[in-house]
Design a protein around this ligand. Sequence first.
Ligand SMILES: CC(C)(COP(=O)(O)OP(=O)(O)OC[C@H]1O[C@@H](n2cnc3c(N)ncnc32)[C@H](O)[C@@H]1OP(=O)(O)O)[C@@H](O)C(=O)NCCC(=O)NCCS
Length: 335
Amino acid sequence: MTATPSLGQDTVLRHSAVLGLGHHRASRIVPNSEIVDAIDSSDEWIQQRSGIIERRWATPEETVQMMSVSAAREALDDAGILPGQLDCVIVATVSHMMQTPAVATAVAHELGSTAAAFDISAACAGFCHGLALASDLVRGGSATHVLVIGVERLSDITDPTDRGTAFIFADGAGAAVVGPADDAGIGPVVWGSDGEQFDLIRQKEDWREVVAAGSPGMPHLVMQGNAVFRWAAYSMAKIAEEALSRTGITAADLDLFVPHQANMRITDAMVRSMKLPDHVTVARDIAHQGNASAASIPLALRQLVLDGEARSGDLALLIAFGAGLSYAAQVIRVP
Ligand SMILES: CC(C)(COP(=O)(O)OP(=O)(O)OC[C@H]1O[C@@H](n2cnc3c(N)ncnc32)[C@H](O)[C@@H]1OP(=O)(O)O)[C@@H](O)C(=O)NCCC(=O)NCCS
């Protein structure tokens, strides 16, 4: 009798870690005063309900591909990795305007890489999903170095007259290089979805409906803000705690808390219900960036590093949630 072939499967996993971070902040600074007239609102209302003072919107030149490449180059430099060393490029986005091909292939090509390249769609949780995939690809041996990018141009699909969304969404890109490491640098992911809430944040019409209606514009995002707020504030603290416990640490061991920059009040609610100790630095990038969906966590994390608030070796809890509804959380060590 012959032995069952192993099919090349290695049973020994190695450690993975984030080796470098990069970001591209869309360059147009849009203060609340620029958008309030179209939604009959005020700077005071927007700041009080969302914490947003101003947001970043892309110029025409700042395409999804351009911002991705810019963030990726910074992350590769930070990691000391050349594009030719990449085995996989994962782009998380919901605002690349082509159904196919994946923008990841164009990004890889522009960087000078022929790595496997694909896009994922998990909305605001996209970057954390990408990080989980990258970590497992490296640990399992399918890849040595993986580039993960979260990128959005939500200004293209935001209705400037919609009171519930016009002041929230923003543009930008963030990137991370994941590779092998001597010590564990990325904890287990806690992720899931609640498709019963599919309608809470969504593209208003699908492309067939847009064409059938002869619509002159893009299908915009619509959101039931109240319901999203309740869901996130109630459910996400539990997911964050599960990510800590699966990593084998407590909130007291954390240095940084980097939640999806959805809304400052949701962040505050999570900090309260997790009883985060005072020494934990909380990312509050939304104040000057707005909600850049898949880009929001890597943008916020990179900014903490640049500002000297995050140091190499720090433990950071990442947690993201958004349309789907989908969510993902993990603890990482800052590179
Ligand atoms: C969007 C959000 C800020 C709206 O705040 P809200 O308190 O839920 O607002 P409501 O829709 O209940 O409206 C409350 C009041 O504000 C008014 N209002 C709504 N939008 C307004 C705006 N843009 N400007 C001024 N007033 C506004 C309403 O008319 C209502 O007035 P009324 O009390 O006189 O009837 C809030 O729901 C939220 O933060 N949701 C989470 C969104 C989020 O994080 N999304 C990202 C997920 S990835």
